[in-house]
Ligand binder design. Structure first.
Ligand code: AQP
Length: 327
């Protein structure tokens, strides 16, 4: 049974991209393996964020996790900052990844692009070290990620090779798993950019009222022409809407394109909007119920214990391997 690890950073309001790329898949992981799902709150500190906002976002993610159908009896659902082994393993692993490697990471380059050197926190630069520690702590086999996180998992794999070569078979080799449909949902206002919670332009938020969801999809940027065809280069806006529809309907983009062959853009958008509402509305209601009940508090506490049991084992193994005393 594979160990599967996934997490979301509480950096902003969750988007439809987070739902399609992550949340909607969590329930099925549960039937496939041993699942660890965390709120990556330490990662959220790598860019400036108000403390109140971070707290609210963390609670929201916990509620969205439960609304996605995760069963706390089967999966460990927890806050990264509550399992201090993440920070402890990070302190060790930062010595086995190198500046040159971290400097090459696309996400770092993109996120720091518009920032002055004096304003770039060390945590943003060292983000992949903490992410590697998250993955390795649970001896994860599979790490479901969107396209732009694959590079960090590749770096983690290099780290495993390096570390195990020096100390023996201590760490498990993880692999990135990226779905074919929905791996990268794009902004509705600029389909060349990823729909991203830290860049809200063109986002559909999971907390948006349904009339806003409909409005946002109806005014999504489309392309020249009037026919719905799958052409990611020539018609990126249409391809993005097809991708959204396909992912929510559990069909391929090619199949979705067939469904809408002969549709005019307006009718196509209406159908996509209805599909999104059909999926999001009950999900949002469940999120609201969970938030109101506060059941997430008990879930996070028991998740923390479950996660720590596994994390402690790996950390001790690593500490012993590198020569730290563990009595
Ligand atoms: N647009 C997207 N399409 C498909 N999947 C997506 N994910 C995020 N955006 C999309 C998936 O959601 C999970 C959460 O990722 P994260 O919070 O660790 O960070 P991220 O991937 O960088 O997501 P954001 O929303 O773009 O966050 P910010 O703006 O804070 O950097 C991951 O599984 C991701 O693949």
């Amino acid at each position: 049974m594979p160990t599967i690890l996934s997490g979301i950073k509480p950096t902003g309001q969750l988007t439809l991209g987070n739902y399609i790329g992550a949340l909607s898949r969590f329930k099925e992981y549960q039937d496939e393996g041993e699942v660890y799902i965390f709120i990556a709150d330490l990662h959220a500190l790598t860019l400036p964020i108000e403390s109140k906002v971070l707290k609210e976002n963390s609670i929201d993610i916990a509620c969205f996790y439960l609304a996605s159908g995760l069963d706390p009896e089967k999966s460990a659902i927890f806050l990264q900052s509550h399992v201090s082994e993440h920070a402890e393993l990070n302190a060790i692993m930062q010595n086995y990844l190198y500046m040159g490697e971290l400097r090459r990471m696309t996400q770092f380059k993109e996120k720091s692009l518009s920032m002055k050197d004096e304003a770039i926190g060390l945590g943003l630069f060292a983000y992949p070290v903490l992410m590697a520690s998250d993955i390795l702590l649970y001896q994860s086999d599979e790490v479901p990620v969107g396209e732009d996180q694959r590079q960090h998992v590749e770096l983690t794999r290099d780290l495993v090779t390096r570390f195990n070569h020096r100390y023996g078979e201590i760490l498990r080799m993880p692999k990135a798993v990226t779905p074919k449909t929905g791996a990268r949902i794009m902004s509705l206002s600029d389909p060349s950019k990823k729909m991203s919670k830290s860049d809200p332009e063109g986002d559909i938020f999971l907390k948006d009222p349904m009339n806003i969801v409909r409005k946002k999809i109806m005014s999504a940027v489309t392309d020249c022409g009037s026919e719905v065809t799958l052409d990611p280069i020539g018609k990126p806006g249409i391809a993005n809407l097809l991708n959204i529809y396909a992912a929510l309907s559990h069909i391929s983009q090619e199949e979705a394109a067939k469904v809408f062959g002969g549709y005019r853009y307006g009718d196509f958008k209406k159908a996509v909007a209805e599909k999104v509402v059909e999926v999001l509305e009950p999900f949002q209601n469940e999120y609201l119920r969970i938030k109101e009940s506060k059941e997430y508090i008990g879930v996070l506490k028991s998740g923390e214990e479950k996660a720590r049991r596994k994390a402690r084992k790996t950390l001790t193994k690593v500490q012993k391997a590198v020569g730290l005393l563990t009595f």
